[in-house]
Write a protein that binds this ligand. Structure first.
Ligand SMILES: [Zn+2]
Length: 319
């Protein structure tokens, strides 16, 4: 650019210095523009660039982390096929049903119980009374962990009443949800020592993006998953942080493989557990500043538009 001379007459030494100076400024400006646009960033490819114009009606792939207070309930939709991961406490069921209905959902293609604690399965009976699943999935877990709670009994009765096809899954199992490939990363086996560490961990790949849903997996299960699955499978665009952002989860070894670009944490306002932990937020911030917390931002909706290969997050805000 600077070598292309505009004039035929020889340049004075002052002019050459001036041209070099302009050239340096131009190169600096172009470099800054390229860096800002992410051209030289390998961690955040442009295909996942945020695009604030994408709405729920454009996005072929959607993740709705529903604000259910202290608990989890996450709607995943791929090409119109739906998966509800957990249904929070019983007290949140009416919110979940109205949320699903507002999305035009009257039947689920699949429902998943990540593990058998009340803040994940408590709402299923009331949800299934209105919105039935065609299939129900659970993790495998050992008999000694079978809960003796009323919540679990009601959950079993509700699943049976739906007549849904039922499956207990573990690492390596896979199924299709619309154009999305759902792969089970955990539990690795039925031998985990706690229900949290038997959590169903799902990897969902749709087009260029990967989302990971961890239930209440804690560091021991993270380590088991790391030592079992191909770690290149763990790199994710979106991560639902384990165990409501507790310091028992989202360990550095796990996050180092996931390198999330977007993170959602589902927890209640002023919850008695102090979720999310400051230390966990610090670990996550090493990878992204796009961390969304239901207790602060309400419903968190992650959207992916296949045509433009870009993402957006919309939050409802708190009432
Ligand atoms: Zn939980």
């Amino acid at each position: 650019m600077a070598g292309k001379k505009q004039k035929t007459i020889p340049e004075t030494p002052q002019e050459t210095t001036k041209n070099k100076f302009i050239y340096t400024i131009l190169v600096t400006i172009l470099t800054i523009i390229a860096l800002i646009s992410g051209k030289y960033s390998t961690d955040h490819p442009q295909t996942n660039a945020p695009n604030q114009n994408i709405t729920v009606s454009d996005a072929e792939f959607q993740v709705h982390v529903i604000d259910v207070g202290q608990g989890d309930s996450i709607l995943v939709s791929a090409d119109g096929q739906t998966l509800l991961i957990d249904a929070a406490e019983s007290s949140a069921a009416s919110k979940i049903v109205s949320y699903l209905n507002a999305q035009g959902i009257t039947e689920l293609d699949c429902a998943a119980a990540t593990h058998m604690h009340a803040d994940h399965i408590g709402g299923f009976p009331k949800v299934f009374a209105s919105v039935k699943p065609k299939a129900m999935i659970e993790p495998v877990f050992q008999d000694s962990l079978i809960p003796t709670t009323k919540t679990y009994e009601k959950y079993l009765d509700a699943v049976e009443a739906t007549g849904a096809e039922y499956k207990a899954l573990k690492t390596g199992d896979a199924f299709q949800l619309g154009g999305a490939q759902v792969t089970v990363l955990g539990p690795v086996s039925e031998h985990a020592s706690s229900l949290n560490n038997s959590s169903l961990v799902l990897r969902i790949q749709y087009d260029d993006i990967v989302c990971i849903f961890t239930g209440d997996m804690e560091t021991p299960e993270e380590k088991t998953v790391l030592s079992t699955v191909d770690n290149s499978q763990l790199k994710a665009t979106f991560l639902k942080a384990g165990h409501h952002g507790s310091d028992t989860s989202s360990g550095t070894a796990f996050l180092e493989q996931v390198q999330p670009e977007y993170v959602a944490i589902s927890c209640g306002v002023d919850n008695k557990y102090g979720h999310p932990a400051e230390s966990t937020l610090e670990h996550l911030k090493a990878y992204t500043d796009k961390i969304f917390i239901t207790a602060q931002q309400g419903d968190v909706v992650f959207l992916y538009d296949k045509d433009t290969k870009s993402c957006n997050v919309i939050t409802s805000g708190k009432e």
